[in-house]
Write a protein that binds this ligand. Structure first.
Ligand code: 2PG
Ligand code: MG
Length: 429
């Protein structure tokens, strides 16, 4: 069996992500004949501590965002390193890949080059073994369906700055199944359009992740609109559907604090914490992501101290799927949950290590897509196999988003064992 899953060939090419930006695509072929293809996602609101995405900056093509060098690295150095390895042993494959690069942020060969081979190898292995990818990733544990966090209103870098806050999301905490969860958030998304139209807003601006890019007067107006949409969908705010916020505050950071352009004011870290704590008191919020900037450790500790007992304080740019930063956050009580993005880490193994560090710290985990994503579905399988408990992939429209929801619906229907839907908010709801 192991012979059949040995890596025979790695081919790579330049594909496009959902924003039309070049992405590294890779096909791994195994000795038994099975193939696996993966296309690497890419962010807009990226943290400076993320693994390094290699782009052909000096070339004119694609505005300097081409990935020909990364593609070449996948096909040459990385391909040679993993040739003959057992693709089903993804930890060994990834150890070899990161050793071939030799840097902690994968800057030699590019995190996009490394992740492409890492992902395509496990997809190929699952195919050769004729098992679903989530089963390969589960290592014998019972898989678990994640609670979805679904983008309804978008702002910041994903919607031309419609509102300052990057995402206002719906979390169907009361749903009995994954199918019901999707049905509910879909109803909220449609109701949000109706509310927006009633308020005379242009609801046809669809943002990078399929959310509505509404030109509102304030960030709070977004929360109010979301509350009305939940209500109009005949769902109970706080019981059926709760709210999550991704402030993406790194994008708002200026010298003297955080700039809310829409509201024409600049908040200090403490004022930002105050504002977010007020929102948590007034709205059924279960999760605040990136409420402060990527290096504002003191601000994060303050926010965790204020709301961490009842709300998920979720680190994205702060923690960048990095084991050391997660451990530091646990020591400083600077967060209580981690957003996991495989391309922030650069390979599956390092993403898994970040997950393990989060579990050890008692943190909740949310697996996340990027704003520039692809039609791939491996993220859905990872969430189920690793039991991350939550997943965030954007809205209920745009195919790169629905591909993941549809894969989770498929898994729910066909898993063979009855899958449970994770309820990470049972205590706080
Ligand atoms: C985020 C992600 C996904 P980006 O901030 O959480 O929503 O956005 O991929 O642009 O970093
Ligand atoms: Mg984020």
């Amino acid at each position: 069996m192991i012979d059949a899953t040995r890596i025979r060939q790695v081919r790579a090419w330049e594909a496009l992500d959902s924003r039309g930006v070049p992405a590294v695509a890779c096909e791994v072929t195994l000795a038994g004949g099975a193939t696996g293809v993966a296309v690497v996602p890419s962010g807009a609101s990226t943290g400076t501590h993320e693994a390094l995405e290699l782009r052909d900056r000096k070339a004119l093509r694609y505005g300097g965002r081409g990935v020909r060098a990364a593609v070449e690295n996948s096909e040459t150095m990385l391909a040679e390193a993993v040739a003959g390895l057992d693709a089903a042993d993804w930890r060994a494959v990834d150890n070899t890949l990161v050793a071939a690069d030799g840097t902690p942020d994968l800057r030699t060969l590019g995190a996009n080059a490394v992740l492409a081979v890492s992902l395509a190898s496990v997809v190929a292995a699952a195919s050769e073994l004729r098992i679903p990818l989530y089963e390969l990733m589960a290592d014998g544990r019972v898989p678990l369906l994640p609670m979805p966090m679904v983008n309804i209103l978008s702002g910041g870098a994903h919607a031309g700055g419609a509102i300052d806050v990057q995402d206002l999301l719906a979390v169907p905490i009361g749903a009995a199944s994954f199918a019901e969860a999707i049905e509910w958030v879909s109803a909220v998304r449609s109701a949000a359009v109706r509310v927006a139209v009633e308020e005379g807003l242009n609801a046809s601006l669809v943002a990078d992740e399929g959310g509505l890019g509404l030109l509102l007067d304030s960030n709070r107006a977004g929360l109010d609109l979301l509350m009305r949409a939940i209500d109009l969908a005949s769902l109970q705010p706080g019981t059926d559907v709760a709210i999550a916020v991704d402030v993406a505050a790194t994008e708002l950071a200026v010298d003297d604090g955080y700039r809310l352009l829409l509201e024409d004011r600049t908040l200090s870290a403490i004022e930002m914490v105050e504002m977010l704590a007020d929102w948590c008191n007034e709205y059924p919020i279960v999760s605040i992501e990136d409420g402060l900037g990527e290096d504002d450790w003191a601000g994060w500790s303050e926010l965790t101290d204020r709301v961490g007992g009842r709300v998920q304080v979720l680190g994205d740019d702060l923690l960048v799927t990095d084991t050391k930063r997660i451990t530091m956050a646990a020591e400083r009580r600077a967060a209580n949950a981690v957003l996991l993005k495989p391309n922030q880490a650069g390979c599956l193994l390092w993403t898994r290590r970040a997950y393990d560090a989060a579990v050890k710290a008692g943190f909740q985990t949310v697996l996340s897509a990027r704003s520039g994503d692809t039609e791939d579905v491996w993220l859905a399988d990872l969430a189920v196999g690793w039991r991350t408990g939550q997943i965030k992939v954007g809205s209920t429209m745009r195919s790169e988003r629905t591909a993941k929801w549809n894969r989770l619906l498929h898994i729910e229907r066909t898993a063979g064992v009855e899958l449970e839907l994770a309820r990470p908010f049972a205590v706080t709801a």
